[in-house]
Design a protein around this ligand. Structure first.
Ligand SMILES: Nc1ncnc2c1ncn2[C@@H]1O[C@H](COP(=O)(O)OP(=O)(O)OP(=O)(O)O)[C@@H](O)[C@H]1O
Ligand SMILES: [Mg+2]
Length: 270
């Protein structure tokens, strides 16, 4: 008999989702018949070229949009129910911090909104500040921080109500390569510590391969699921993974999905 651990349980089910924006004559079909499942505690990336509907898909999961047809459930419930119960946090490409609030106050904002006891605030924010490496900056204002540090605050804020799920929409794409690599490493560390289910939107193949347990490749116009790939993982230091042969094999395998000719990268994109 299989142990519980061996049977992945579904956390998010996306069933035959289609999304059309606009009215007759000006319709944009963003997504067509998209289905997949995300399991508890998984790190899944939604990968695809610009305009293929990644953000739309994430917004549908986060109840920021209603689909034209199809159904999304999170833990068997409608995403709205899960949003109201604060079962997910969201990190966008821009940190969207409040300039007049300190780092600590930005992180504590959801606690205030959700009516958590004031005596709990500092315990929670101190832990998160430590996790994202910003303890010495807790009394700084966002404009006193670098872009990478601001994004760390946004991550901490998204985790403040300890949601089991984290949605991230290209959170590192505006950062320089060095900062991005450091934040990717730190995100894996956060994943290890918190065991959240993470749904991560990106258009970067190496980023998706580096971070994910599975990669959902989307093709565009309209967005459809092209393929779903398991990422093999090597034991050892994550910082060395990028130099490993397996990492290069995996990126090559994902890259191939984007071309019609499976053996030629000069082929047309899907
Ligand atoms: N609110 C909207 N109204 C009309 N069309 C929209 C709206 N939001 C998205 N679209 C269209 O839906 C399609 C998918 O957009 P979406 O932003 O989801 O793509 P994306 O994969 O996130 O792109 P990027 O990588 O550039 O962020 C695009 O053609 C876009 O123009
Ligand atoms: Mg987008």
């Amino acid at each position: 008999m299989l142990s519980d651990e061996a049977v992945p349980s579904t956390e998010i089910a996306v069933e035959r989702i289609s999304m059309v924006f606009g009215k007759k004559d000006h319709e944009v079909e963003a997504l067509r018949d998209v289905s997949f499942e995300i399991y508890k505690n998984e790190f899944v990336s939604l990968l695809g070229p610009s305009g293929c509907g990644k953000s739309t898909l994430l917004r549908l999961m986060a109840d920021l949009l209603e689909p034209t047809s199809g159904r999304i459930t999170i833990g068997q419930e409608h995403p709205r129910e899960m949003r109201l119960r604060r079962k997910f946090g969201i990190v966008f490409q821009n940190p969207t911090l409040f300039e007049w609030r300190t780092v600590k106050d930005n992180i504590e904002l959801p606690l205030e909104v959700f009516g958590i006891k004031k005596s709990e605030y500092s315990k929670i924010s101190d832990q998160l500040l430590e996790m994202v490496g910003l303890t010495p900056f807790k009394h700084h204002y966002p404009w006193q921080l670098s872009g990478g540090m601001q994004q760390r605050v946004a991550i901490a804020r998204a985790l403040s109500l300890d949601p089991p799920i984290l949605f991230m929409d290209e959170p590192f794409s505006a950062l320089d390569e060095f900062t991005k690599e450091k934040l990717q490493l730190d995100l894996l560390e956060i994943k290890k510590k918190t065991n959240k289910t993470i749904v991560f939107v990106t258009h970067s193949i190496p980023e998706a391969v580096f971070l994910s347990d599975r990669v959902i490749v989307l093709s565009s116009h309209p967005g459809r699921v092209h393929s779903i790939l398991n990422m093999d993982r090597e034991e050892g230091s994550p910082s060395l993974v990028r130099q490993s042969g397996l990492f290069h094999e995996m990126t090559a395998a994902v890259r191939k999905c984007f071309y019609k000719e499976s053996d030629s990268l000069d082929g047309q994109m899907v």
